[in-house]
Design a protein around this ligand. Sequence first.
Ligand code: ATP
Ligand code: MN
Length: 468
Amino acid sequence: MKKKIKCFNSIKELIFNYKFFISKEIKIKGWVKHFRYNCFIIINDGSTINNLQIFIDQKFDSLVKKINIGISIEVIGVLVLSKGKEQNIEIYANKIKIIGKFAPEELQKTILQPKTHSFKKLREQAYLRFRTSIFSSIMRIRHNISFSIHKFFFQKNFIYINTPIITTYDSEGAGEMFRVTNFDLKKIPLNEKGELNNNLDFFGTSTYLTVSGQLQGEAAASGLGKIYTFGPTFRAEKSNTFRHLSEFWMIEPEMSFSKLVHNMNIAEKLLKYVIKFVINNSYEDLFFLEKKNKIKIFKRLNNVLESSFERISYTNAIKILKYSKNGEFLQSINWGEDLKSEHEKFLAENYFNNPIIIYNYPLKIKPFYMRINNDNKTVAAMDIIFPYIGEIIGGSQREERYNVLLKRILELNLNIKSLWWYLNIRRFGSVPQSGFGLGFERLIQYITNIDNIKDVIPFPRYPNHAYF
Ligand code: ATP
Ligand code: MN
C-alpha cells in the first residue's frame, strides 16, 4: 500500500500548519541556501523569510556531493521538532531529488553565493536577486503594501479603475514624456514645413506614455463618485536620483463631493492604514530588515502612527525656512518659489521630525487643474512630505468652476485641443472634487528604509538602464 505523504506548496504554509504534521512524512521543495555543519541543508522557497532545515544522515553522502548552493531540490522526509534555537521544526530526510542543478564554479559568478553583496551588485543581476533574503523580503513587503492599499479603498467603497497608458495629453511638461510611435524611424514623414507629420502616426496624432491617470480618473469620479487607479506611470526626466524612476507605480484616488481638507484626511488615513497593515502582516520581513540594516524601522513606523501629520500652509513653510535659525545653511527661498527637496527635507526631518502636509501653494508653480483660492494667489494644493524620502504624495482640490478653469487654460496657453473633453466634465454637473497621487515605490522605500528607489521595484528603469 502506498503511504500517504502530505505535500506542502510552500514553506510558509508548512510553518503555519506544522503542529498538525509532527512525525508525519511530508514533501517540500526549495532552493538550497547553505549548509550547516555536515548534516543540514538549509532551503528557502521565497514564500517567507524563514528557511527550512533538512537533516541528512550518511545515506545521502554521495548525493550531497552533487548538491551545491543555489540548486533546487525536492525533499520527502519526516517533520520533527528542532532542537536548534533558530527554528521550531526541521525535516529528517528520507528522499532527496535534485530538480535543477548547475556547476559549483558557476556560483562564484553570481549573487547567489552566500555573502553580503551591495545593492548595486544585486541590481546588476536583478533577474537573480529575487532569491536573496534581502530582496525577497522587500518584494513580500511590497506585495503586502499593494494589497493593503486595495483593501483600504475597498472598505471605503472606492471603485478601482484602470486609466490608459497611451495618452495624447502632453501639456503638463511635454519634455518629460516618452513618445509612443510606430513610425519607421528611417523614413519619418515630414510635412511641407519639415515638421513631423503626426497625423500619419498610428493614432492619427502624437501619443505618449502617461505621466498620470488623474484627468481620466476625474472623469470616472464624476460618475462613480469615488475611484482610484493603481498603475504604471512614466517620466522621461533625466534625473537619476535615489528617489526617481523612469517607470514607477502610482496610486491615484479621485473623489467627488470632496474638498482639500477631506483630501488630506483620506491621504493621512491611507498612509497610516498601510503602515499598520504592514507591521501586522510583514512583521518577520521588517524585523529581518531592521536587524540586517541596523535601523529602527518599527520605532519610526510607530512614530508615524502615533502622530497626526503637521499641516502647514506654504506661506508658513516659507516663514519657517526664512526665520528658522537652523535653516540658515539652506539655499534661500522667497514666497512664490517652488520648495527644493532640501527645503522639504529640512522641514520634515529637522524642524518637525515627522510627516508633514504643506498646502495652499502659489498658483504660479502648480498645474492648471488645481482650484484657485479666494486670495487669487494660491491654489488648494497639498503635498505630503516624509522625512528621508521627501514628497510622497502630491494632490489638490480640482478647479470645478468651468469659467475659471477655461480662463486658466487659456492664460497658460495650454493645448485646448487635447483638453476639451476635460473641460466638458466641468460643464455637465460639476461638483467639488479632489484627489492625489501617491508614489508606490516611495512609500515602499520609506517603510522598508531602503536608500535607493531602484531596490524596491522588481526591474528598475532609469536613464541608460532598461535591462532584463
Ligand atoms: P518630485 O518633485 O519628487 O519629482 P513630482 O512633483 O514630480 O515629485 P508628482 O508629479 O506630484 O511628483 O507625482 C505624484 C507622486 O509620484 C509623487 O509625490 C511621488 O511620490 C511620485 N513620483 C513622482 N515622480 C516620481 C519618479 N520619477 N519616480 C518615482 N516616484 C515618483
Ligand atoms: Mn518630478
